[in-house]
Design a binder for this molecule. Sequence first.
Ligand SMILES: Cc1cc2nc3c(=O)[nH]c(=O)nc-3n(C[C@H](O)[C@H](O)[C@H](O)COP(=O)(O)O)c2cc1C
Ligand SMILES: C=C(O[C@@H]1CC(C(=O)O)=C[C@@H](OP(=O)(O)O)[C@H]1O)C(=O)O
Length: 382
Amino acid sequence: MRYLTAGESHGPQLTAIVEGLPSQLPLSRADIDPWLRKRQGGYGRGRRMVIETDEAQIMSGVRAGRTTGAPITLVIENRDHRNWTEIMSPETGGEPRKKALTDARPGHADLTGGIKYRHKDLRDVLERASARETAARVAVGSIALKLLSELGVEGANFVASLGGIEAQEAFSWARVQEIEESDLRTLDVDAAARMRERIDQAKKDGDTLGGILEVRFRGLPVGLGSYVHWDRKLDGRIAQACLSVQAMKGVEIGRAFENAVEPGSRVHDAVYYREGTYARDTNGAGGLEAGMTNGEELIVRVAMKPIATLMTPLPTVNVVTHEASDAARERSDTTAVPAAGVILQTVIGWVLAEAMLEKFGGDTLPELQERVAAARAFARAY
Ligand SMILES: Cc1cc2nc3c(=O)[nH]c(=O)nc-3n(C[C@H](O)[C@H](O)[C@H](O)COP(=O)(O)O)c2cc1C
Ligand SMILES: C=C(O[C@@H]1CC(C(=O)O)=C[C@@H](OP(=O)(O)O)[C@H]1O)C(=O)O
């Protein structure tokens, strides 16, 4: 499977082409749009999310509610584009353009991207560096999640901490709906209230906040990924997918950083054979051993840095005059931590779906389902 996305943050649309999915997968906009809506949510986002109502148009590869096996094209309109038509026009004229950005924002792509691609209007950098692009990735990843659900795999994501406030309430699969209903994607109502206050304060101060997200998947068959080559190790591939999301700076499989200070006897998961299957009572490995799924729940934690654009700006340099200045202030999110969990679940879902197809092949969903069921039976009896 592979996909490409294209589109600028304030251009007319985002486009994605997805290739390699099996045919006969039931698929409609109802499988994609709820993920786009979730990605737009969360306390602390800026006014852009009021302008956009993201929806994916399926332009190819699906007919009568099922994938045909042909490439799938998805289009998501940028409603804000109507306010940017001249600024974003591909035609010449109107230079220098309105909304040119020359005061590089520390922490964003501006300065390094400008040097690399030789732009002096840093808008040419930020338009594609922007996390607007994640709308396309979430649409693509939601198709992967649909495929996984047809194979008995289920995922969830939640905010583990935001702005230094930790959610204490333990995650529970039975309470996923409550996470969906929380504007901070957490089960801890008390922590959510304190997070809201901290976001309000950060906004007043012209500051921004980061946090830690947790993504889980259950129902994964044993043996996705492989130990035989560096680029087939699933832990590495999951980490790459997570770190490729804007502002994600650290990945942890299971409780990796806590495990690092414990002796092995308290970290590794003893194995038993009970009721006709292999079993572990603990999951310190977070579902991965030697780059392969081991059949336990996959647990991935990801650190997101605070948003780079500060309304109380940091010192920077104007890239045209080389004079000291304040970093540019663009309309911006105070935090996007809750949205990030949604993005991470979909990008990890893509990696898992890809690993499923690698192991089990299959041009059609029924073939894939038969093979996954056979592999599950084999792993139990092995
Ligand atoms: C959902 C989401 C929303 C974001 N919103 C903003 C924003 O409003 N302003 C901003 O400066 N950065 C925002 N970012 C982060 C930047 O896109 C990111 O920091 C920048 O592209 C530089 O890349 P890096 O942080 O991965 O190094 C957002 C990231 C995500 C995931
Ligand atoms: C547009 C989205 O996020 C944007 C990501 C972003 C950035 O710099 O990454 C900057 C902001 O863009 P704008 O200045 O247009 O408000 C966010 O709103 C989105 O998530 O759909």
